[in-house]
Ligand binder design. Structure first.
Ligand code: ATP
Length: 762
């Protein structure tokens, strides 16, 4: 296992060598080496002088890595041959032998005119992508997906059943069929709807457990609305609120509200209302005063209104009969237990007038929905539900019930060394863009999950604004790539790439989040035939129902295994097909596969990051260097007559060096990368205790990981950042004078605003 101490292993020295020596680097023993640390300089000098060092790399490796593409082709070929013979069978070593070129920016600069640009002449270290990577120990796939098995989508509507037979009101059924194109119920709807419809007789609470994408929202909304319509009593928005629906995130609450609005289009007199953080409370109050029949919202904002808006309690007295807690496990995970307890206390204190709506249940029926059954959600069940019945497709009791991914979802896993994470992601996105091109009429949607907001910012910046060939569509959260963009090797410089990049995380304003999601989810001329790539945090993992997401990529594994199910559940919904790809690091993380095996009874495909992903993206082409002007390239091309096709690993290296060079030239981008890296490492330390054995921050190779953020070395400021801030706070505390009460009030108010704005800030 690599330890933090060998963080520099495999780092190639980016020294300034004597100009004249460029083309004869192996033979010229008197080359002058400058820059870098003295130890590294001495090591290189000794190597160039033909002396052996105690280091792991041979002179031959060094030669290969400092060699120039064009000038050492033949030499490198022979090197390759020799290395192949000498090396053992390990993957890394084989890859190392494949590596025939390594570029040095400053060498090129010195060749051009002998003057190095200030930033490239620094003593920075360039780590070679394909060497010194930790060995991948998983040789065989122990949970292989059998491609010959015929699979029936497990969350699809069941063809033998109908909504009529489940007792849903006729008007609602016609509306479902004609306006929403929903004709048959899914398995969970078949099981749960009759239970909720007859809850006025049975009076027991329900715990609905079903796979992602199985239609849980309609499972509770349909019987509630149907029961109101079946009362045949006069109802309008002033009749009171019949159902309170609590969801963990604003996005999910907005989505449930949308479904409720669509359903109530067949009965305009029923009105839903949305209460979420980040919106103006004043306008919410005005809406509540006008009256509504369903309230959908996030826990904090609902409790706030229950405590401070008198009219909301008045509206619930006669009518409230249903309380739905959607995504119960997430509500618990986000620490809403106390808030929900407070909501329950307030609503159960409101006296119910049973004479007004005698056909409705005589008490408030509590419904808890979750796609997972592990952990604290069962505790929420014990607190919020009375005498509850578990409704689950997969088993009869909680113990028998297992949560699995939808059968039709094709899970793929790839083990990628830390240095190669970024380029492998680029390759995977490139391959998908290439496939999307084959179907110009269809919109392809991909979601890329990352650990934190800062990492999302870095990846979004990397893939969306390369060469500034992009156009902002919605603020700076949605970008259309424009002609000339070369971020993916499959792009033809003469054509406009059909790719849109999105970013979504908790640090964006609610307005931006809503607009970004809306753009991503809408099928129109702006999105038609394009590949839409969304870089996001777990803020997008729960409950979001986006129209046909074809692939989910988990570049960073989730902080808890249940979140893996939710993230991949954004695809393969309601019977549709879908794919997901999980990136793991070699070493401890490989053990995670056994841990998530129960979620994937139908197995997975194990992809080789090089053979299956990089090779198909970077073969049969030549990735251009971004430090050579188009003019120079043209001159070189006319000199060479034919444009040479390079090996896939050379192209992958050039692609990565392009990112690194961009970072050196653009300090803003570099800061984004450093923040992304630092926050990612911090986030890595927050994996749940049970899973720390797979995700132990002490086992991370920080130097190699920095490479996947385009950084040539671990930022020196890392670690100091926290202590610096701490010192500033301590100093401020020491020097604190007695604060003016009015100022204190303003400060506290600001703090509260900040706290509410950063709700779900992940
Ligand atoms: N009976 C049905 N037939 C066809 N499509 C359906 C049916 N019921 C629901 N859907 C569709 O399935 C999709 C998923 O529904 P929904 O978001 O309610 O799933 P969910 O079970 O809550 O998923 P998650 O656990 O991820 O939140 C929606 O687009 C919805 O319109």
């Amino acid at each position: 296992m690599s330890s933090l101490d060998d963080a520099d292993d495999g780092m190639l020295l980016n020294f300034v060598t004597d100009d004249s020596s460029t083309s004869k680097s192996t033979s010229n023993n008197s080359q002058k080496v400058t820059g870098g640390r003295w130890k590294d300089r001495r090591k290189l000098q000794m190597m160039l002088d033909g002396k052996k060092t105690r280091g792991k790399r041979s002179q031959q490796d060094l030669y290969k890595e400092t060699g120039d593409d064009d000038e050492h082709d033949e030499d490198s070929k022979s090197n390759k041959k020799r290395s192949t013979m000498n090396n053992n069978n390990s993957r890394n070593q084989t890859l190392m032998t494949n590596k025939k070129t390594r570029e040095l920016d400053n060498k090129l600069a010195s060749r051009k005119g002998g003057v190095l640009p200030p930033n490239t002449a620094s003593s920075e270290i360039v780590s070679s992508l394909f060497t010194s990577n930790r060995e991948i120990s998983t040789a065989v796939n122990t949970n292989k997906h059998d491609e010959n098995i015929k699979i029936n989508p497990s969350n699809a509507p069941s063809m033998e059943d109908s909504f009529d037979a489940l007792g849903i009101n006729d008007t609602l059924v016609s509306h479902l069929v004609e306006k929403m194109r929903i004709t048959k119920p899914t398995n969970i709807q078949k099981l749960a709807i009759p239970n909720l419809i007859s809850s006025n007789k049975k009076n027991n609470d329900l715990f609905i457990h079903a796979q992602t994408g199985s239609g849980k929202t309609l499972t509770y909304l349909l019987p509630i609305i149907s029961s109101i319509l079946e009362m045949e009593a006069h109802v309008d928005r002033k009749s009171g609120c019949f159902a309170l629906i609590v969801a963990p995130t604003r996005e999910l609450a907005s989505q449930i509200y949308q479904v409720a609005s669509t359903l109530t289009n067949c009965c305009h007199y029923l009105v839903p209302c949305l209460l979420i953080g980040g919106e103006r409370k004043k306008s919410e109050k005005a809406r509540l005063r006008k009256g509504c029949n369903f309230i959908v919202g996030t826990p904090g904002r609902i409790l706030d209104h229950l405590q401070n808006t008198k009219v909301i309690r008045e509206q619930m007295g006669d009518s409230l009969r249903y309380l739905v807690l959607d995504e119960g496990d997430k509500l618990m995970e986000l620490g809403f237990e106390q808030t929900i307890d407070d909501i329950l206390k307030i609503i159960h204190e409101v006296p119910i007038n049973n004479r007004k709506f005698p056909k409705l249940p005589s008490r408030i029926i509590n419904v808890l929905c979750s796609a997972t059954l592990k952990g604290r959600v069962t505790k929420l069940g014990d607190v919020a539900l009375q005498n509850y019945k578990l409704i689950s497709v997969s088993g009869k009791t909680e113990k028998e019930t297992v949560t699995v991914a939808p059968d039709q979802l094709l899970q793929q896993i790839t083990i990628v060394p830390p240095k190669l994470r970024l380029v492998t992601l680029a390759a995977e996105l490139n391959n998908m863009t290439k496939r999307a091109k084959e179907n110009p009429e269809q919109t392809t949607r991909t979601m890329v999950f990352l650990s934190c907001s800062d990492s999302v910012e870095f990846h979004f910046e990397t893939f969306s604004s390369n060469d500034s060939h992009h156009k902002d569509i919605v603020g700076d959260t949605v970008r259309l790539l424009t002609k000339g963009n070369t971020i993916f090797p499959c792009f033809d410089p003469a054509e406009t790439p059909k790719v849109l990049c999105y970013k979504l995380h908790g640090s964006l304003s609610q307005q931006m989040r809503t607009q970004t999601l809306k753009h991503f989810a809408t099928d129109n001329d702006a999105t038609k035939g394009k590949h839409l790539i969304m870089f996001c945090t777990d803020v997008a993992s729960r409950g979001l129902d986006l129209p046909y997401v074809s692939t989910v990529i988990e570049v960073d594994p989730p902080f808890a295994a249940e979140d893996h199910l939710h993230r991949i559940g954004r695809t393969a919904r309601a019977g549709k097909p879908g794919e997901s790809l999980l990136f793991l690091l070699p070493g401890e993380e490989e053990g995670y596969m056994d841990y998530i095996k129960p979620y994937h009874p139908l197995g997975w495909q194990l992809l080789k990051f090089d053979e299956d992903i990089l090779k198909s993206a970077f073969s049969d082409l030549r990735v251009a260097r971004n430090d050579i002007t188009a003019k120079d390239a043209q001159r070189k091309k006319s000199k060479d007559k034919t444009e040479k096709i390079l090996e896939w690993d050379t192209n992958a290296t050039t692609w990565h060096l392009n990112v690194e060079r961009r970072l050196l030239e653009d300090s803003t981008y570099k800061n984004v990368a450093m923040r992304g890296y630092t926050s990612h490492v911090r986030a890595y330390a927050t994996h749940i205790t049970q899973e720390k054995k797979f995700f132990n921050v002490r086992c991370l190779h920080l130097g190699h990981l920095a490479k996947s953020f385009g950084l040539r070395e671990r930022p020196k400021s890392m670690g100091a950042l926290g202590s610096k801030q701490q010192k500033m706070e301590d100093d401020a505390f020491k020097n604190k004078k007695k604060e003016d009460p009015q100022m204190k009030l303003i400060r506290m108010a600001r703090k509260a605003v900040r706290a509410s704005a950063s709700e779900f800030n992940y």
